[in-house]
Design a binder for this molecule. Structure first.
Ligand code: FAD
Length: 289
C-alpha cells in the first residue's frame, strides 16, 4: 500500500512555554511532508492575533502549506474579510471556514449585526475573492444543533455548493462512524473523496473523552475499559498508538486517500502513527551520503 497523504492541525499558543511546544511539534512533523497544516481560531474569535502570528510564522519558517481557521463569530463581514485579505497578502491562500461557537456561557450562535449569518455566506464571500482554497467542517455524528439525522449531510452539501473545496470531519473513535457518513454523503450526491477524516490520537483519554461528549461524538464503552486497563499497566501511549493506527489502516483499506490529524500541539503520537502507516520523513540523498 502506498503511504497516505496526511495533514495536521495545531492551535495557537497563548504562552511562551506553549510557543516552544508548538514549534517543537511543527519541527518534528514537518519532515513528514503534510499536504497542509492548519491553525485553529479560538472560540468566539478570541485568538485572532495569535492565530495570525502562528499561521504566518509557520508559513515563513517552514516549507509548509498553511491553512488559517476563520469563524463568523463576533465580527462584521468587513472585519472577517479584512482578516482573510491579510492572510492573502502574507501568501496564505488556504482557509478553514467555520460558523464557529460563541465563547463559553454565551448560549447559541447569534450572528453579528453586520456579520455573516452562517458559514455558507462566509464560504461564498471567500471564494468570490478568488484567492482561497476553502475547507469546511463536517460532522459524522450528529452536531448538537442538527435538526435531524440527515441535517449534517444536507448542510455539508450546501457548503460544497457554496464553493467549499474540501471538508474535514469532527473526530470519531470507530472507522465505521466515518464510513457510514461517507456513504450517506455519497448517496446525497457529494463527492466523498473530498471529505477528510479528522483523526485524534488519544494522548489523555479522560480529557479527550470530555471533549468528545461536548462535541456530540459517541464514546464506546470498550474504549473506557481498554484505557482503564492500559492506565493500570502504564501503557496508555502504546494502546493509543495501536488503536489509532488500526483505525487509520481500516479507513485507508476502505479507499480513504488522506488523513487529517488533530495533533493538540503534541508530536509524538501523531508521528508514531504516521510512521506505522508508512508516512516517514523524506530524507534528501545528500544528507545520507
Ligand atoms: P455548520 O456546519 O454551519 O453547523 C453545524 C451543524 O448545525 C450543521 O451540520 C447543521 O446540521 C446545523 N446547522 C447550522 N446552521 C444551519 C442552518 N442555517 N440551517 C440548517 N442547519 C444548520 N471552532 C472554533 O471556534 N475555531 C476553530 O478553529 C474550529 N475549527 C474546527 C475545525 C473542524 C475541522 C471542525 C469539524 C470544527 C471546528 N470548530 C472550530 C468547531 C465549530 O466551530 C463548531 O462545531 C460549530 O458549532 C459549528 O461550526 P461549522 O462551521 O462546522 O457549522
Amino acid at each position: 500500500m502506498t503511504a497516505p497523504r496526511v495533514s495536521f492541525e495545531f492551535f495557537p499558543p497563548k504562552s511562551l512555554e506553549a510557543s516552544f511546544r508548538l514549534w517543537d511539534t511543527v519541527r518534528m512533523l514537518a519532515p513528514l511532508k503534510p499536504d497542509f497544516v492548519s491553525v485553529t481560531y479560538g472560540a468566539g474569535g478570541t485568538t485572532r492575533q495569535l492565530t495570525h502570528e502562528a499561521v504566518t510564522t509557520i508559513g515563513r519558517e517552514f516549507d509548509l502549506n498553511v491553512a488559517a481557521h476563520l469563524t463568523c463569530v463576533d465580527a462584521s463581514r468587513a472585519e472577517t474579510l479584512e482578516i482573510a485579505r491579510g492572510y492573502a497578502a502574507a501568501g496564505v491562500n488556504q482557509i478553514v471556514a467555520l460558523r464557529g461557537d460563541p465563547p463559553k456561557g454565551q448560549g447559541a450562535f447569534r450572528p453579528h449585526a453586520d456579520g455573516f449569518a452562517n458559514v455558507l455566506e462566509l464560504i461564498a464571500a471567500l471564494k468570490e475573492t478568488g484567492d482561497f482554497t476553502v475547507r469546511v467542517g463536517a460532522y459524522p455524528e450528529r452536531h448538537p444543533e442538527a435538526a435531524d439525522d440527515g441535517a449534517d449531510v444536507a448542510w455539508l452539501k450546501r457548503k460544497f455548493e457554496a464553493g467549499a473545496d474540501q471538508a474535514i470531519t469532527q473526530f470519531f473513535f470507530e472507522a465505521e462512524t466515518f464510513l457510514r457518513f461517507r456513504d450517506k454523503a455519497d448517496k446525497a450526491g457529494i463527492d466523498a473523496s473530498r471529505i477528510l477524516p479528522g483523526i485524534i490520537p488519544i494522548e489523555n483519554w479522560q480529557g479527550i473523552r470530555r471533549f468528545a461528549l461536548a462535541t456530540g461524538a459517541s464514546v464506546p464503552a470498550w474504549l473506557d475499559e481498554a484505557f482503564a486497563k492500559a492506565q493500570r499497566d502504564g501503557r496508555e501511549d502504546l494502546l493509543a498508538t495501536a488503536l489509532c493506527t488500526e483505525m487509520c489502516d481500516t479507513l485507508l483499506g476502505e479507499g480513504v486517500p488522506a488523513l487529517h490529524f488533530y495533533t493538540l500541539n503534541r508530536a509524538s503520537l501523531t508521528r508514531d502513527v504516521c510512521y506505522a502507516l508508512g508516512v516517514t520523513p523524506a530524507v534528501a540523498l545528500q544528507h545520507v551520503a
